[in-house]
Design a protein around this ligand. Structure first.
Ligand SMILES: [Zn+2]
Length: 445
């Protein structure tokens, strides 16, 4: 039976009701009342930045599922430092009252969600354009496979803005380090399907990630790998400024495509190059160029076509099909790289075939043999390999996998000759202990 119900404010909907077979009973939640309540509360808070306020307000009245909130700092408890990143620091915290979810007209009070632990990312880089970044994340904030943001806050003592998001268990780098020796192809492909799904969504929305690496793939026990947005640009803006060159860029050298090292803009094809680094880590548990200094000489090598090498002893665990695809992602010519959509479809198909044990073509036979080779490696052999691996995996003291300011070849001009002749020191060489303060002064994004 169709029944229309009215809330005390006179809004009509069936959504307020549920039936217990005899009676209709009110849930008490009305989306229009919720919206009105949020509007009434606009005057009770401010981020201190009119643009940011406007973005949050628009988001609160749009839909309860797309909401992005202002969350007062005194709502956080047990704040603990977890890690430092390129733009600031990440903390875990407990959220005291949860986040406002919807107005209940029976209780005459808010219903809250997320009473559990959350992550706080405090932005310490003063040049980071928070309002611009909020516009980007709003486009994809409700999607699976992309880490969701719940709102923004401000640290009253530092006056820095804080992003509030899910607390993740791990990043992909740590996960692979811990699980690598027992990971079979079915699981490796699951990771790759998740990451390419997220990347495909971003690219379909015209967004370029610009900083894809294993530290930006976050693992949530209940949801698997999610892409974490750190920078992000709209491809349309890039096309408008296509002729402009960058003197400096922000990132970690092993994941930056050669055309960007030369000064061009970061495009979707650039994201695919970075994804090649993730494919490499999935099969080796090593980040690209881990055993080298991340300096201008490495940039020269990358622009001359040098790519990370897969250790020989690992080769019989890896299908040739996979290696070919990884090297295509690393093509010097961006137009030769696969698209995110193509990668997603390829990985999903192989993953399905493995799941249903459909091994009737050459590619699938390669995966079957690779798994068998891994299974047939005895524990003692694995131990021996592990020692070899640890040796080759030794992290170079001047490697850096946190995003930082890098001088492109376009920005270096004559400096390059001076670096080569030893007259000038290399501005891209990590000579000081990494800290966000130094990066803050140089960052251009
Ligand atoms: Zn109502």
């Amino acid at each position: 039976m169709e029944k229309v119900a009215y809330c005390p404010a006179g809004h009509s909907s069936n959504d307020f009701l549920y039936s217990d077979n005899k009676n209709f009973i009110y849930y008490g939640n009305c989306s229009l009342c919720t919206k009105e309540r949020f509007i009434q509360e606009f005057k009770t808070w401010s981020s201190g930045n009119a643009n940011i306020d406007k973005i949050i307000q628009e988001s609160q009245v749009k839909s309860i599922y797309e909401m992005f909130h202002w969350i007062p700092y005194d709502n956080f408890q047990n704040i603990e430092h977890i890690a430092d990143g390129g733009h600031g620091s990440v903390y875990s915290a407990k959220i005291k009252n949860g986040i406002k979810w919807q107005w209940n007209f029976i209780k005459q009070d808010w219903e809250y969600r997320f009473s559990s632990n959350i992550a706080l990312k405090e932005i310490k880089n003063s040049r980071y354009d928070i309002a611009e970044f909020l516009k980007m994340i709003k486009i994809v904030n409700t999607y699976e496979y992309i880490a969701n943001y719940y709102g923004i806050s401000k640290n009253p003592s530092t006056q820095n803005f804080i992003f509030v998001m899910d607390l993740f268990n791990d990043d992909l780098h740590n996960y692979l380090t811990k699980t690598f020796w027992n990971l079979m192809w079915e699981e490796k492909l699951e990771i790759l399907v998740s990451v390419t799904t997220g990347l495909e969504i971003l690219h379909a929305k015209n967004l370029v990630h610009c900083a894809l690496h294993s530290g930006n793939i976050l693992n949530l026990a209940s949801r698997g790998p999610n892409i974490y947005l750190d920078l992000c640009t709209l491809e349309d803006d890039l096309i408008l400024n296509a002729n402009e060159k960058n003197n400096k860029i922000y990132g970690s050298i092993p994941y930056i495509p050669p055309e960007v090292l030369r000064g061009s803009k970061f495009t979707m094809e650039g994201d695919i190059y970075s994804f090649g680094g993730i494919m490499y880590e999935v099969i080796t548990a090593q980040r690209p160029f881990a055993d080298q200094a991340h300096d201008t000489y490495l940039m020269i090598d990358i622009c001359n076509g040098v790519r990370p090498k897969v250790p020989d002893f690992m080769l019989n665990w890896i299908p040739k099909w996979y290696l070919d695809l990884m090297y295509r992602c690393w093509s010097d010519d961006p137009s030769k790289r696969p698209t995110a959509d193509e990668l997603y479809n390829l990985f999903r198909e192989i993953s399905n075939n493995l799941f249903y044990y459909m091994m009737d073509n050459d590619v699938m036979r390669q995966f079957k043999i690779a798994d068998e080779n891994q299974n047939n490696t005895s524990k003692s052999q694995k131990q021996e390999l592990f020692e070899l691996f640890s040796h080759s995996n030794k992290l170079h003291p001047q490697s850096c996998y946190i995003s930082r300011c890098i001088h492109t070849f376009h920005g270096m001009h004559d400096l390059l000759e001076e670096i080569k002749s030893g007259k000038s020191s290399d501005p891209n060489l990590l000579s000081i202990k990494f800290n966000t303060h130094n990066i803050d002064e140089e960052a251009e994004i």
